[in-house]
Design a protein around this ligand. Structure first.
Ligand SMILES: NC(=O)c1ccc[n+]([C@@H]2O[C@H](COP(=O)([O-])OP(=O)(O)OC[C@H]3O[C@@H](n4cnc5c(N)ncnc54)[C@H](O)[C@@H]3O)[C@@H](O)[C@H]2O)c1
Length: 457
């Protein structure tokens, strides 16, 4: 096979790591990543990725300027590509029809039109972004306006990586899903993409389906994952009312192989750029097809998550004598999960907003997410402060609200922290990841999720 040029449009959390993995595993391919965000491209080019992800810097360094290149020249990239991955953002629409639920496809459509304008040879266009079912049809229609000399074949190849473990997930994916049309050119395009992944992914893990199944499977996977979190979180509320223990309940049900133990950790709620957006997208699709009952079923997963975030702050206020006004609250973690700097839809945001509505004085600490946290909370001016050192953040605080399960927070010297806090000192463990008995013995009032509070009279 002749060497191919692979282009990826969108150098974000998905495009960057995915292409770096393809470049390393397929040294005979030239892999080019383009983005309209010049600062992002400069960061990738410098070898210091603009996003934090364990192992990513080394992965990029392995191929950078060998067969992995970054550029802002989208048109030139399209002109020389054999395969184009489109990995642009598809956020929830904030305006017009479907606002707050439907996917905002403006970046997606602009990309399709750019491909149409600049492609010079037959191209396989791969949907890497998460998209509503039947988006490939719209893409096909836009691209069919092309001169007959250029053939475009659209495939769906949704990405299942999780932030925080992206490099590992890309190296050893549970499955790679490729959806294509049941036509001769469709089958040929699917085979070409299978060839790329088969460089390192065992064939039996590469699934090929029709385009619509591939598009829907990504929404369905995120809906199921988020549903598990909302399910266990809903039970955590019952535990708090009845003195059942959510850790014990999760263990007992997780040992049933039909249920399994993963994604059963009760918490302050799920975050991230995908779960909420993709479920709302599914809800919108269901309503569009007249499936109101199905839409309401999935919508409840998001509503339960918002309830859990709000409940966390309500519990804090209640435990702290019904007022946090003027009290310093140290928020431990702003990233939506550990091992990422990504704060999109982080529960920490809603928690901080609710605390500030109660006139608390909020100080945020996080090992990787402080720059993004500053941007998210900029509207609050100096009502919120930021500290890279958790000991400084906790000094003089009435409470710690642990929102992100960073390992670094598990191993802090809590005796030292307790000594520097106002008394009575509280820990609200929104991830159930600290040693509650040990903290209680130090003097803290400890309020976990779905477990009996450990308090001092
Ligand atoms: N983040 C995740 O964990 C994850 C996992 C699986 C799937 N996804 C999906 O992948 C897609 C991308 O997500 P992300 O987190 O990488 O988003 P992101 O915002 O980090 O990256 C998208 C990039 O696309 C660029 N872009 C937008 N329009 C462009 C254009 N016309 N030309 C060139 N570049 C353009 C933006 O500047 C941005 O850098 C989304 O659909 C998302 O749902 C994300």
């Amino acid at each position: 096979m002749s060497a191919k040029t692979i282009l990826c449009i969108g150098a974000g959390y998905v495009g960057g790591p995915t292409m770096a993995m393809i470049a390393r595993q397929c040294p005979e391919y030239r892999v080019l990543i383009v983005d309209i965000d010049a600062a992002r491209i400069r960061a990738w080019q410098s070898g210091e990725p603009p996003i934090y992800e364990p192992g990513l810097k080394e992965l990029v360094a392995a191929s950078l300027n060998r067969n992995l290149f970054f550029s802002t020249d989208v048109a030139a990239g399209i002109a020389e590509a054999d395969i184009i991955f489109v990995s642009v953002n598809t956020p929830t629409k904030t305006f017009g029809q479907g606002a707050g639920r439907a996917a905002d496809l403006q970046y997606w459509e602009k990309t399709a039109r750019q491909i149409l304008a600049h492609a010079r040879r037959d191209v396989i266009v791969v949907e890497k972004s998460t998209l509503p079912v039947r988006t490939a049809e719209a893409m096909d229609r836009i691209l069919r306006a092309a001169p007959a000399a250029v053939h475009f074949e659209v495939l769906s190849n949704p990405e299942f990586l999780a932030e925080g473990t992206a490099v590992r997930d890309l190296e050893q994916p549970d499955r790679v899903l490729i959806g294509g049309h049941d036509s001769e050119s469709g089958r040929r395009a699917v085979a070409a993409l299978v060839d790329v992944y088969a460089h390192w992914v065992p064939r039996e893990r590469i699934l090929t389906t029709n385009v619509w199944s591939a598009e829907l499977s990504k929404l369905a996977a995120n809906a199921f994952l988020a549903q598990r979190i909302s399910s266990i979180n809903s039970l955590s509320a019952i535990c708090e009312a009845t003195e059942a223990n959510i850790g014990e309940v999760a263990r007992a049900i997780g040992m049933d192989p039909r249920i399994g133990p993963r994604f059963l950790n009760a918490s302050v709620g799920f975050g991230g750029s995908c779960f909420k957006k993709d479920i709302l997208n599914l809800v919108y699709l269901c309503d569009h097809y007249g499936l109101g009952e199905v839409a309401r079923y999935w919508e409840q997963v998001v509503l339960m998550n918002e309830y859990q975030e709000d409940r966390f702050v309500r519990n804090m206020v209640a435990a702290m004598f019904n007022t946090v006004a003027g009290k310093r609250i140290a928020v431990f973690g702003f990233a939506f999960k550990a091992d990422t700097g990504d704060v999109r839809e982080s529960p920490a945001l809603r928690v901080c907003q609710a605390l500030m509505a109660e006139h608390a004085s909020v100080v945020v600490t996080d090992p990787q997410a402080l720059p993004n946290a500053r941007l998210e909370l900029a509207v609050y001016g100096d009502r919120v402060t930021f500290e890279s050192d958790p000991y400084t953040a906790a000094r003089g605080a009435h409470a710690i609200a642990l929102v992100t399960e960073w390992n670094a927070f598990r191993t802090l010297d809590y005796r030292r922290i307790y000594a520097a806090m106002e008394k009575p000192a509280f820990v609200f463990d929104g991830r159930n990841c600290l040693d509650h008995a040990a903290l209680h013995a130090l003097g803290f009032n400890v309020l976990p999720i779905g477990q009996k509070p450990l308090t001092h009279r």
